[in-house]
Write a protein that binds this ligand. Structure first.
Ligand SMILES: [Zn+2]
Length: 151
């Protein structure tokens, strides 16, 4: 029986073949619009672009969009059924904004908001038990990114 690793390397080989085929059939020697400029894209650039995503690597803005979407789902769900969440405040989408810790974590070169519940006793209405007494050095950076996405 194949292990997961064998499977994923087989899948990767197929993906590479398909990507090369697509490049050779549709991309090679054609000018493509990139940031308002027409340019030729090399196979290397093309593959890097494609496999960045299938690697499971997400960009900061993808991660942030996902995070904001999840929080807004949690907000909606909580507002619709507050009685369901009296005890834990946790919806299937995690904690709604008002109960989610405001600490910003810098992880793998990206910013992400802590997903723990605020600890009312120690953290007031801002922070979880883990972060109530730590500084929040990435908060401004994170808020700037959020502003850019919400524009
Ligand atoms: Zn936290």
């Amino acid at each position: 029986m194949n292990t997961c690793r064998d499977n994923s390397s087989q899948i990767r080989q197929i993906e590479m073949k398909v990507a090369k085929y697509i490049f050779n059939s549709y991309i090679k020697e054609k000018k493509i619009q990139v940031n308002d400029q027409e340019k030729l894209v090399t196979m290397k650039e093309f593959m890097a672009k494609i496999f960045l995503k299938s690697n499971g690597l997400v960009t900061q803005s993808e991660l942030l969009k996902e995070e904001l979407t999840t929080i807004s789902k949690a907000n909606k769900d909580y507002l619709l059924n507050p009685d369901n969440y009296q005890k834990t405040k946790k919806t299937p989408f995690g904690y709604p904004d008002e109960f989610r810790c405001h600490h910003i974590i810098y992880k793998k070169h990206k910013f992400t908001r802590c997903s723990n519940k605020i600890d009312e006793e120690n953290g007031g209405d801002m922070y979880c038990l883990q972060h109530w007494d730590s500084t929040n050095p990435y908060e401004n950076e994170y808020n700037k990114l959020v502003d850019n996405i919400e524009k």
